[in-house]
Design a protein around this ligand. Structure first.
Ligand code: ATP
Ligand code: MG
Length: 390
């Protein structure tokens, strides 16, 4: 059977003048995701992307990969028919033979964007419905809540038959809403934050802070594995690994203990915004969620924010941990995130962190460090340690 995937757009379909740009990005992403699976023709028409194999391919894998591509609202796997009612009927009968014997109710739904096709949609539905009832006399038509819907779409390039579409990844195509740098730790939250921004069309790069020997090679590999998982949604991404040991040791040596965390987080922001800007990013992304830990109170987030030179997006800010975990499970990062390796944030954790820090005092503490030099050294170190994930 000659099968094809029909990918319908979600939100892009509503865009006005720049719809073409969004479509272009989506087509590029679709091609990129399946290029290793074989040769395909990928083209667009009427708010639909057609993915047609040009050789024997594993269409299940193709469908699975495309279900992670943002910008697609539904995916239907359809059989291609001639734009001729006899051929459409034959293809429908072939298609439903494994389905209709096992259900009691069905309906036919037709769409006709090629108005030169001689039958209109009510005629297609009535004729085909009649033929199916003849072949399967146990069936009844149920227009409101059928067990199976048989779709016939008569479009520009051909007619397509399928029995319903699956939900796609939704959102906007990655690369259509700018570049953001995700601060990626080994925890549960930050991969989910990256997923959410990629879903809104952001192309990501990753920034990870490590503090060897306090953090291990295995902890780094865990973060690389998380980044790798995310690229299934976010396309190819670069990961910058920032050497953070010196900074943490200096904070410990010179600053008051209750300010360790907040100063460390501000240093992260300074380094990340510098690195991000150098690499064409316009925003930072973190996995912070209000009130989750001491560094995520309104005050602490305010002090952290003040250190960034770029806008900071925190897509999880209003979410409960259980909601975040649900998404981590859905995108398959959860099991990796809970592997018990140390993160640099857990090194030198103060016993009583300030939950209501005052920026003025934080800045005073920070004066005890050679901030600019430390930031420069860390940025230079990160540039030497880049991992490309694809
Ligand atoms: P996560 O589960 O994402 O690690 P968390 O609940 O452990 O988050 P924190 O440790 O306070 O919270 O970190 C808050 C955010 O700061 C993280 O979501 C992440 O964006 C960033 N972050 C923390 N540690 C690192 C790190 N080692 N490298 C890069 N970013 C980090
Ligand atoms: Mg963490």
């Amino acid at each position: 059977m000659n099968e094809i995937l029909l990918l319908k757009y979600g939100e892009i379909a509503l865009k006005g003048l720049n719809k073409n740009n969004f479509e272009g990005v989506l087509l590029k992403n679709v091609r990129h995701r399946i290029k290793k699976l074989g040769r395909f023709e990928v083209r667009k028409a009427q708010s639909t992307v057609y993915v047609q194999p040009l050789e024997e391919v594993d269409l299940d894998r193709c469908e699975e990969r495309l279900s992670h591509v943002f910008g697609i609202s539904t995916i239907a796997r359809a059989v291609v028919a001639e734009k001729d009612f006899a051929d459409i009927t034959q293809k429908v009968l072939d298609y439903v033979q494994d389905i209709l014997p096992f259900v009691k109710t069905f309906r036919v739904e037709a769409r006709r964007s090629d108005k030169s096709f001689p039958m209109n949609t009510p005629q297609i539905c009535a004729e085909l419905g009649g033929i199916l009832l003849e072949h399967y006399p146990h069936l009844k038509v149920d227009l409101h809540d059928p067990e199976v819907r048989v779709f016939v779409e008569v479009r520009d390039f051909g007619a397509y038959v399928h029995a319903g579409a699956k939900k796609g990844a939704g959102g906007m195509p990655v690369g259509s809403s700018g570049h953001g740098a995700l601060l990626l730790s080994g925890g549960i939250d930050s991969p989910v934050a990256g997923y959410m921004m990629a879903k809104r069309g952001m192309q990501l790069c990753y920034i990870h802070f490590e503090s060897p020997p306090y953090t291990s090679e295995r902890a780094r590999l865990k973060v690389v594995a998380l980044g790798q998982k995310l690229t299934e949604y976010a396309n190819t991404c670069e990961m910058f690994i920032v050497p953070f040991t010196d900074i943490q040791e200096k904070i410990k040596a010179h600053c008051r203990e209750e300010y360790f965390t907040i100063i460390m987080r501000r240093m992260m922001m300074k380094i990340a915004s510098r690195l991000a800007a150098q690499n064409g990013c316009e925003a930072l992304i973190t996995g912070e969620s209000l009130a989750q830990v001491a560094s995520q109170t309104v005050r602490a987030i305010g002090c952290t924010d003040a250190a960034s030179e770029l806008p900071v997006f925190r897509p999880l800010i209003g979410m409960d941990k259980s909601e975040i975990v649900d998404i981590a499970q859905k995108i398959d990062t959860f099991e990796t995130s809970i592997l018990p390796y140390e993160d640099c944030c857990t090194v030198f954790t103060p016993r009583h962190p300030k939950t209501r820090p005052v920026l003025e005092y934080v800045l005073k503490e920070e004066e005890k460090l050679a901030v600019d030099e430390l930031v420069e050294a860390a940025v230079a170190g990160a540039a030497k340690s880049v991992v490309i994930l694809q």
